[in-house]
Design a protein around this ligand. Sequence first.
Ligand SMILES: NC(=O)c1ccc[n+]([C@@H]2O[C@H](COP(=O)([O-])OP(=O)(O)OC[C@H]3O[C@@H](n4cnc5c(N)ncnc54)[C@H](O)[C@@H]3O)[C@@H](O)[C@H]2O)c1
Ligand SMILES: [Zn+2]
Ligand SMILES: [Zn+2]
Length: 370
Amino acid sequence: MKTKAAVVYETGKPIEIEELELDGPKDGEVLIRYTHAGLCHSDVHIAHGDLEARLPMVLGHEGAGVIEEVGPGVTRVKPGDHVVCSFIPNCGVCRWCATGQQAICDMGATILEGYLPGERFPFTGPKGNYGAMCMLGTFSQYSTIHQNSVVKVDDDLPLDKAVLVGCGVPTGWGSAVNAADVKPGETVIVSGVGGIGINAVQGARYAGAKNLIAVDPLQNKREKAMELGATHAVGTIEEAADLARQMTNGNGADKAVVTAGIVTEEIVTGAFDAIGKAGTVVLTGLNKLSAQNVNLPGSIFTLFKKTVKGSLFGDCNPTTDIPKILGLYQSGDLKLDELITKTYTLEQVNEGYDDLLNGKNVRGVLVHEH
Ligand SMILES: NC(=O)c1ccc[n+]([C@@H]2O[C@H](COP(=O)([O-])OP(=O)(O)OC[C@H]3O[C@@H](n4cnc5c(N)ncnc54)[C@H](O)[C@@H]3O)[C@@H](O)[C@H]2O)c1
Ligand SMILES: [Zn+2]
Ligand SMILES: [Zn+2]
């Protein structure tokens, strides 16, 4: 079948809208009609060449929609089901899935190649085979994806909001709750308040942070952080570090979650300096895969018993954490509606990313037309 999709052909060039041919679902796969897709910074990393992906690639890895058709052997969903996509698939049986670490499932190894199991590309077009970002390609009206990439959700959940639980919400929320393991009474810094960081703010607040300091150079982001649970919001990590020390008898923050759009050495060093004894820095934001952005004094690690760790998908297990987080939305313990700054059509995808790069959006959302 035909589908309209947003494609990266060449890094550094605008994203192009192309009509592509979509292959139908084979073993274990489903045909999905995407209703909504979130504009996460990671897709811009592909378009800019920060994250080196196989091109051409249909972008989009935050998505929600309706299952239209299922291939042989599909047991997780049926036609008509509403689903939120998981930007890392989970097979359920690899070493990582079997030990409660679905975010690093072995099936996720090819998310930047964009093909389905068996090196089968979902899309074909004028330039041959097209991959799908994170094996999803949510910036397409339709896609063929693996059943391990979807989580069924309640029919009455609004997909235009639930879409954010495909990446931004669990990644941010889990970076604070799971990876940083924020405990009641702690002092926590969140560095970078975009679609990911705002949810680290929400997660840290829910986990009981006493002092929750959001850092962002932009005033609109600081205001949003204060609206959704931060106790303080400042423009630089140095100001955050000073505040944290004032609040902790000079020790510093217990946790710092780094969710800036491009994580530089300066940002990492600032977070490391802001945490105190036994403190933890969680690195969630990205940079070029080759960027040597961690350059820290080992003796300070030792003498202050500090930890610096990375986190993918907020260390979440999508099959259980996506429904859990949506449950928190339903009970009013987590905000989704307030995270969406603006909606766009598929054709407006470049405008949406200009708005993200210009700091206008907490999260932009593409609304698909069929
Ligand atoms: N680890 C994961 O699983 C995972 C998942 C999704 C996205 N990401 C990455 O997380 C990062 C954030 O994504 P996003 O969609 O929220 O991006 P975004 O562009 O919406 O937000 C980034 C924010 O960082 C702020 N910022 C810029 N410089 C800063 C600085 N020096 N200090 C503090 N804040 C600063 C910007 O003003 C902006 O508000 C990206 O690198 C993205 O690729 C990681
Ligand atoms: Zn993302
Ligand atoms: Zn697995």
